[in-house]
Design a protein around this ligand. Structure first.
Ligand code: GLY
Length: 307
């Protein structure tokens, strides 16, 4: 089985000035995850390491880069899943470093599937997780900087919100298959900019923002409410039993686009045989991937990838 990892840095409108820096970090995240696969590690371990790297980079709407809620806080969603059907998630966790690792702890240490809010944070603090310092929260800082900038100040309020959303895109995620043919997925997000406190999006919801079975693995990015309505990732892995991975992704994405409209999101997927598929109905989406035999990660920002 050829080990493969695919990583995304969020669908949305990505300002040109951020593209190169984000490409660099997507590439590093791909390397981080792939090096786990290369030394014989599991797909689950690989996707968690890739996503944790992106959380720490501060360049995406996850971890340090998370955007604020309407109260100005950060509340984080994350989930992990593997081909044995093991699933762990956290939802609306107030400011804690590496929520994707916390989701893994929910999977490994508890009989539950999801912990939410301040009790989830407490669970993490007891395990040695730490809060992020205010000056580490690069996402919050950048959003306020934009809003108080000349460009932000003179823009119409709704336009300002729309642009501010674009600054950080949405969500990070990774899917992988390891040498033993086991698939896994991990996802992490600060959620939608200025969401209500307590809101949980698709990233924590099994079948919506994440789904893995023995045949395929998918994670989503975009407007959580629309992804939940469309059960985007569930549809992809279900269709893969009957169609190619590329056709499965197209069918599931076309359903969401018809149902909830353009600019609702995107997805990355991999199957047991190492095929890769990504698609988005937004202006952009940063994706990188690597498998044995490639010289290094391939990272792109707008193209569809079907391999
Ligand atoms: N896709 C991330 C969210 O809506 O929370």
């Amino acid at each position: 089985m050829r080990p493969v990892i695919v990583v995304h840095g969020g669908a949305g409108r990505i300002p040109k000035k951020y593209v190169e820096e984000r490409k660099k970090h997507i590439s590093k995240a791909v390397y981080t995850g792939y090096s786990v696969l290369d030394r014989g590690g599991s797909a689950l371990e690989a996707v968690v390491e890739a996503v944790a790297y992106m959380e720490d980079s501060g360049w995406f709407n996850a971890g340090r880069g998370s955007v604020p809620t309407s109260d100005g806080d950060v509340e984080l969603d994350a989930a992990v899943m593997n081909c044995d059907g093991l699933f762990g998630a956290v939802g609306s966790v107030p400011n804690l470093a590496n929520p994707v690792r916390l989701a893994l702890e929910v999977l490994r240490r508890t009989p539950h599937r999801m912990l939410v809010g301040s009790k989830a944070k407490f669970f993490g603090l007891r395990l040695g997780f730490r809060e992020m310092y205010a000056d580490e929260l690069i996402g919050v800082k950048r959003i306020w900087e934009y809003i108080s900038s000349e460009e932000g100040e003179y823009a119409h309020l709704l336009d300002r919100l729309e642009r501010a959303r674009g600054i950080f895109g949405d969500t990070v995620g990774a899917v992988a298959v390891d040498a033993g043919g086991c698939l896994a997925a991990a996802v992490s997000t600060g959620g939608i900019l200025f969401k209500l406190g307590g809101r949980v999006g698709d990233s924590s919801i099994l079948g919506a923002g994440i789904m893995v079975n023995k045949v395929a693995s998918a994670v989503a990015t975009g407007v959580g409410e629309y992804i939940i309505d469309s059960m985007l990732c569930y549809n992809i892995v279900k269709y893969r039993r009957y169609y190619s991975l590329a056709a499965s992704v197209r069918k599931a994405m076309n359903f969401m686009t018809r149902f909830r409209g353009k600019d609702s999101g995107g997805v990355i997927a991999v199957d047991r045989w190492g095929h890769i598929a990504t698609m988005h109905n937004t202006e952009g989406m940063g994706v990188g991937y690597l498998y044995k035999g490639m010289d290094g990660p391939k990272v792109g920002f707008t193209e569809y990838v079907f391999i």
